[in-house]
Design a protein around this ligand. Structure first.
Ligand code: CA
Length: 224
């Protein structure tokens, strides 16, 4: 968490945040509008965007949606003058990771940035697809906050799917990558394990995400 882009049209606030962050050892770029931010983002990589909600032209919420749909995966910390629950939800729905209500103490901003940096360190040991979360260290799996108990092989199979989201994988690839053997057409072991996994991660939930693609294999669908 080193490179930060601030998008804020109020020059005073922008200067204050920029100075403070530079002083704290971060590399900082500043943009006074989403238009300016788009240009800077074309040539530089950022870990975090501090994004004001009230901006000229595109709002912060719209800009967050735009960069998320373009596939940008860094952190977004939204600055809002409004602190109602609805505004918070709108901000988080648009793809922000956290938000801070103006006016705020600079120390609070630094604390939020450090919290996001910790989250980033954690994310390396976690795989996530919507509400389906795998902790690769504690080996805990949950969906919609409900713990799912998997055997070692089911865990490996799910990990394989989580690393190939939205890709149709055939039994040859699953056999090689999860079982470490060539696929045996006389054996239905893969299908049996897929069914076990489906019972645990799909059956109890409304949306089914582990799909069979007839004649091709299986796919774990990506969810928000
Ligand atoms: Ca503003």
């Amino acid at each position: 968490m080193q490179n930060i882009l601030i998008v804020e049209d109020e020059k005073k606030v922008l200067a204050l945040i920029k100075e403070g962050l530079l002083h704290s050892g971060y590399k900082v770029e500043a943009a006074e509008s989403p238009e300016a931010a788009r240009i800077i983002m074309r040539s530089q990589k950022f870990d975090l965007i501090i994004l004001d909600v009230m901006l000229p032209g595109t709002t912060g919420t719209e800009f967050a949606k735009e960069i998320r749909s373009s596939g940008w995966t860094g952190f977004i910390l939204m600055l809002t003058a409004l602190s109602t629950t609805l505004d918070k939800i709108a901000g988080l729905d648009s793809g922000a990771d956290d938000y801070l209500t103006k006016p705020f103490e600079f120390g609070e901003l630094l604390a939020r940035i450090r919290a996001l940096a910790r989250r980033k360190a954690d994310s390396k040991s976690r795989l996530q697809n919507g509400s389906l979360v795998m902790d690769l260290i504690s080996r805990e799996v949950s969906r919609e906050g409900i713990r799912v108990e998997l055997t070692t092989k089911e865990f490996s199979l799910l990990e394989f799917f989580m690393r190939h989201l939205d890709k149709v994988v055939d039994r040859n690839l699953i056999a090689r990558q999860v079982w470490g053997t060539e696929f045996d057409p006389d054996s239905n072991v893969i299908d049996v394990y897929i069914n076990h996994l489906r019972k645990k991660i799909d059956n109890p939930f409304a949306r089914k995400i582990l799909k069979t693609v007839v004649g091709q294999g299986y796919v774990l669908q990506k969810t928000e």
